[in-house]
Design a protein around this ligand. Structure first.
Ligand SMILES: [Zn+2]
Length: 332
């Protein structure tokens, strides 16, 4: 983090569990992040106040070090219209429905706030500082409770007519398939997310299938995590392996549609479920190869993201710095 006389942006990330904020400079230097638990209970006002508090702390810090702030970029896990400063809906943040979050925050802090979908922000972080340095088209998929995605096409973040483009998690992979959290059927994230894996593992327990998960979770399936399923699979449990293979195959189905549609240089897989590594990646890549056009696929790398869970925060700040003309990206 460079100091006096320099410019920086506040990067913030609002997730269902945590709020993270830090100062980010145009070289990608980051101050020690602040982390607050996201206030639960559907009280939007409490979340806005916590965000404002964090922003004020960083404003004070910037002032104390003679750093000029270009703005605050805030990544939100939900459907966001950055132009209008509006969060349409954020399924994992209770109380966020048609919320004019930009206006509410700017009433409380002394810095302009720019909203961005968190996966869009993460995609920009990959492009700016991650595996996407030097490429022109990339897709960042965040595999977690759902599947978020951000798309950068020929050097430009794809936002679409409503500012909410890039909802790859709700591409349909089975027309009459499993019910998705969005209410529709057969969405990509209803098959290849942590939620899908846990649903399938709990169903296997309920059917009484012979799995090592039974011993620990047979009477309390709600305590099961994707890490438990991955650990069981790594120890050779056939039921756990089968569940992850199925999710991986569907991940490949979604990846193939994205490759055929957008012909990206790079797809990065981020989010908690990316820790499953080869358990998901191997079946996904096999399926991808079966389905994507070779002439497109031969130009696409698929990689696990090397950026930790700070990508949303970094990218949201990076977009503010880029809009202000403060980013210098070699070869762009
Ligand atoms: Zn859906």
């Amino acid at each position: 983090m460079r100091e006096a006389g320099k410019v920086a942006a506040i990067g913030a990330d609002l997730g269902g569990t945590n709020i993270r904020l830090a100062l980010v400079d145009p070289e990608g230097g980051v101050s020690e992040p602040y982390r607050y638990p996201t206030p639960p209970g559907g009280e939007a006002a409490a979340i806005v106040e916590t965000l404002a508090q964090g922003i004020r702390v960083l404003q004070h810090q910037a002032r104390a070090h003679g750093i000029r702030l270009a703005g605050c970029g805030l990544g939100v896990a939900g459907l966001v219209d950055g132009q209008a400063g509006l969060v349409y809906t954020a399924p994992n943040v209770a109380g966020f429905q048609n919320l004019p979050l930009k206006k509410l925050l700017e009433e409380k802090v002394d810095v302009p706030v720019t909203l961005e979908n968190d996966a869009n922000a993460a995609a920009f972080a990959e492009y700016w500082l991650g595996a996407g340095r030097g490429v022109s088209s990339l897709i960042c998929l965040t595999l977690g409770t759902g599947i978020g995605s951000g798309i950068i096409l020929e050097g430009k973040l794809l936002r679409g007519a409503s500012g909410a483009a890039g909802e790859a998690g709700h591409m349909v992979v089975e027309a009459e398939g499993e019910r998705c959290g969005c209410g529709a059927r057969g969405c990509f994230e209803a098959y290849a997310s942590a939620t899908a894996i846990l649903r399938d593992a709990r169903a296997a327990l309920a059917r009484g299938e012979g799995t090592s998960l039974r011993e620990l979770f047979g009477t309390r399936p709600e305590a099961l995590s994707t890490k438990d399923v991955c650990d069981a699979a790594r120890a050779g449990d056939p039921v756990a392996r089968g569940i992850l293979e199925r999710a991986g195959r569907y991940l490949g189905v979604g990846l193939a549609s994205l490759v055929n549609l957008l012909n990206p240089d790079l797809i990065t897989l981020a989010g908690g479920l990316a820790a499953a590594g080869d358990l998901l990646l191997q079946p996904a890549l096999a399926e991808l190869e079966r389905r994507a056009f070779a002439v497109l696929l031969c130009r696409t790398r698929v990689e696990l993201s090397a950026l930790a869970d700070t990508a949303g925060m970094l990218g949201a700040a990076g977009l503010v710095l880029a809009d202000g003309g403060h980013l210098w990206m070699p070869g762009r």
